[in-house]
Design a protein around this ligand. Structure first.
Ligand code: URA
Ligand code: SF4
Length: 216
């Protein structure tokens, strides 16, 4: 099976130095085929003492180019929703279930456009050791799962965001007892029809308020 396991540093340490060691090691990960076509590993970012860990799906086109999570259009939606929910970005750590951009090419139009493809369960599992290491190092008070794919990465393929969203879930994740709040992916706001967009955004904010309320 594909796995990032052999690429993890042994005894990465704690705090900022530990996080730096993880990021540097992840830059060379070849644990699954996704590293082949992507530009670079996009590791998580934020304070090692963060209280909230936000879990996305995978880097998008912009993130792949810039090497940072959630710096494209979905990131702008997320930033606005976090602000509205009173979650301080400085108290948040942002990462993805899969650390390389998976994409296909859109045919037609002018030039080639890279279109996001959802990672499959094998790729999610392969990348899991990086997420487990991030969770162990950050030890967040609450994990916010952004969308179905991130939920599958934590809870397996039966996860349904429509059923689980907006409630505080306590569950064993990678051997740790974690508190989790699931919500829609911020890109769902971007994809919504004009007449639905505000309602989708408000749903995201209200789920984030549940996460904010779960902070100790
Ligand atoms: N979507 C994600 O899930 N993660 C990112 O980093 C960017 C877009
Ligand atoms: Fe490694 Fe994850 Fe990238 Fe696959 S997606 S190569 S497991 S960092």
């Amino acid at each position: 099976a594909y796995t990032a396991e052999p690429f993890l540093p042994t005894g990465a340490g704690r705090g900022k130095a530990g996080l730096r060691a993880l990021r540097e090691a992840a830059a060379h990960c070849r644990g699954c085929p996704l590293h082949r076509d992507a530009t670079r590993t996009v590791f998580g970012e934020g304070d090692p003492g963060a209280r909230v860990l936000l879990l996305g799906e995978q880097p998008g086109d912009q993130e792949d180019r810039r090497g940072q999570p959630f710096v494209g259009p979905a990131g702008r939606v997320l930033d606005g929703a976090l602000q509205e929910a009173g979650i301080d970005p400085a108290q948040s750590y942002v990462t993805n279930a899969v650390k390389h951009f998976k994409f296909g090419y859109a045919s037609g139009g002018r030039g080639k456009r890279r279109i996001h493809k959802p990672p499959n369960l094998r790729e999610l599992r392969a990348c899991g050791p990086w997420l487990a290491a991030e969770l162990a190092l950050i030890a967040p008070e609450v994990i916010v799962v952004l969308g179905a794919t991130a939920g599958k990465a934590l809870f397996g393929s039966s996860f349904r965001v429509t059923q689980e969203r907006g409630a505080l879930i306590e569950q064993d994740v990678h051997g740790r007892n974690e508190r989790v709040v699931a919500t829609v992916h911020p890109s769902a706001v971007l994809r919504a029809d004009d007449q639905d967009r505000e309602a989708v955004r408000e749903g995201l904010v209200s789920d984030l308020l549940v996460a904010a309320g779960a902070l100790r």
